[in-house]
Design a protein around this ligand. Structure first.
Ligand code: UD1
Ligand code: CA
Length: 469
């Protein structure tokens, strides 16, 4: 038997304990947002169990920002929104969902409730509740866990007639000593929870409606005690945000390791959620891989490399302390140490970009080399062309950027500048120390530096004798 499920993610709270973050569901977390994680787990659960399901997100504080983000990131057909006008508690949040979906809510057999601030849940945790709800007579199930520090969580009070949940604020001394707590993940028969919500009474000085009060002794709501406390961490402050990120990072590293990525000191690497790394690659300590970065197979990413939203082809080596930002690097490229590849850099196969080289919005074609201390901006460097040490494209005239094109199989001597716009043909030779402001046809030679004068015996006039002075 399969039951249909509507997942309701509660994201209407202000999250005032998460200081410095405007919209709590959009708190940054390993390259994504806090709300992406419970959302992703629900989608995983629907997919892996072939559930007929959909998702509703209850928004409140900063609702427009949250809705805009979700609409941009997910297919709209599956997700809708319910507005909680005032943050009057988790019970009121779920009630807002029922009020905004008066008809469609009852079309689903089960209502799954998740908090937007529990990012470490897994599809397995949801599945355990789902299986319990398939049992005869069960009206709902909730995930609980035992923790040595239950502060802030609702305590699970078990008695012969069933269970109830007492929030920190209302708990007496005995109840506060209970270590089994409410995870905030529930699955209810829809008609059960809809009915119980109608009977909720406000509590405390803020007049909040607690969702936890829908569960009373006598109800057949089953607690599923999980042994993995980590899955249920609630993110209410910056320390918990950091803790959640560390755990997600650990999972990311394990997943990559399982796919054949080798780490030297994995606990020092920072790898965001969407990063892809191919088999046989080695990640050295203190590397930071951000955004949509994709690293191919058999690459070496050395210590201190920072790579953001870049593609790195198979067999490429990024040496220590190089910084790649929106760059596209093909196969077997050597980069760094201390290289800076800025947006729209394209380095084709077998390119070499050496130390203290900065490249911006330029394409280096197959086998070309810029090995030392150079700036290449708004340029093209042809196949197999060698650029010597200390080369500069003078691409900016104070108002506009201009283009430099250098053909294939050319040789550009050290300490050369090219004043753009300028075009150098194929198989050209530019002598060292030249300032090139005029284009060169293919197969030509250019030298543009002052002629040397040598005067024999004149050195003594210039060499100062230290003892005399
Ligand atoms: C809640 C539970 C607690 C449980 C804990 C697990 C209640 C009363 N308490 O406490 O038993 O141990 O989660 O992490 O449910 N929200 C709204 N509208 C509101 C208030 C909250 O949408 O008016 C949303 C929040 O955005 C958040 C979630 O509900 O995503 C949980 O709210 P929060 O204030 O963090 O509840 P806790 O105090 O952590
Ligand atoms: Ca919380």
């Amino acid at each position: 038997m399969k039951l249909s499920v509507r997942a309701v993610i509660l994201a209407g709270g202000k999250g005032s304990r998460l200081v410095g973050i405007d919209a709590k569901p959009l708190a940054p977390l390993l390259g994504k947002k806090l709300i992406d994680y419970p959302l992703g787990q629900v989608l995983d659960f629907f997919k892996s169990e072939s559930i007929d399901g959909s998702i509703s997100i209850v928004t409140g504080h900063k609702n427009e920002d949250v809705e805009e983000y979700i609409k941009e990131s997910y297919p709209s057909a599956l997700i809708n929104f319910a507005l909680q006008k005032k943050a009057l508690g988790t019970g009121d949040a779920l009630n807002s969902y029922f009020l905004s979906n008066p008809e469609s809510a009852s079309e689903y057999d089960l209502t799954l409730v998740l908090c937007a601030d529990t990012p470490l849940l897994t599809a397995k945790n949801i599945k355990a509740l789902y299986e319990k709800c398939l049992e005869d007579g069960v009206e709902g199930a909730l995930a609980t866990f035992v923790t040595s520090n239950p502060f802030g969580y609702g305590r699970i009070i078990r008695s012969e007639s069933g269970l109830s949940i007492v929030e920190e604020k209302e708990a007496d001394e005995f109840q506060r000593s209970v270590k089994e707590v409410n995870s905030g993940l529930y699955l209810f028969k829809t008609n059960f929870v809809a009915k119980k919500l109608k009977g909720l009474k406000p509590k405390g000085d803020k007049g909040e409606y607690y969702l936890t009060d829908v569960i009373e002794s006598g109800d057949i709501v089953k607690p599923i005690l999980s042994s993995d406390e980590k899955c249920f961490l609630g993110v209410n402050n910056l320390e918990q945000l950091e803790e959640a990120e560390k755990e997600l990072l650990k999972r990311k590293v394990c997943e990559l390791r399982d796919r054949g990525v080798r780490f030297l000191m994995s606990d020092t690497a920072y790898i965001e959620n969407d990063v892809v790394i191919g088999e046989g690659s080695v990640i050295h300590p203190n590397t930071l891989l951000f955004g949509k970065t994709s690293i191919g197979k058999g690459c070496i990413i050395e210590a201190g490399a920072v790579i953001r939203d870049s593609l790195v082809g198979d067999g490429t080596v990024v040496k220590s302390y190089s910084y790649l930002d929106e760059a596209t690097v093909f196969q077997e490229v050597k980069i760094g140490p201390f290289a800076h590849l800025r947006p729209k850099t394209v380095a084709k196969s077998f390119v070499k970009i050496g130390n203290f080289v900065e490249i911006k919005k330029s394409t280096l074609f197959e086998g070309s080399k810029v090995s030392h201390l150079s700036y290449v901006g708004d340029a093209e460097v042809g196949e197999r062309t060698n650029i010597g040490c200390g080369f500069i494209t003078c691409n900016y005239d104070g108002a506009k950027k201009h283009f430099t094109k250098i053909g294939k199989d050319s040789f550009v001597g050290s300490d050369t500048q090219m004043i753009a716009p300028v075009e150098i043909g194929d198989r050209c030779f530019v002598a060292s120390g030249s300032t090139i402001g005029q284009s060169m046809p293919s197969d030509s030679f250019a030298i543009a530096r002052a002629r040397q004068i040598t005067k024999e015996g004149l050195a003594k006039k210039f060499i100062k004798n230290k003892e005399e002075s």
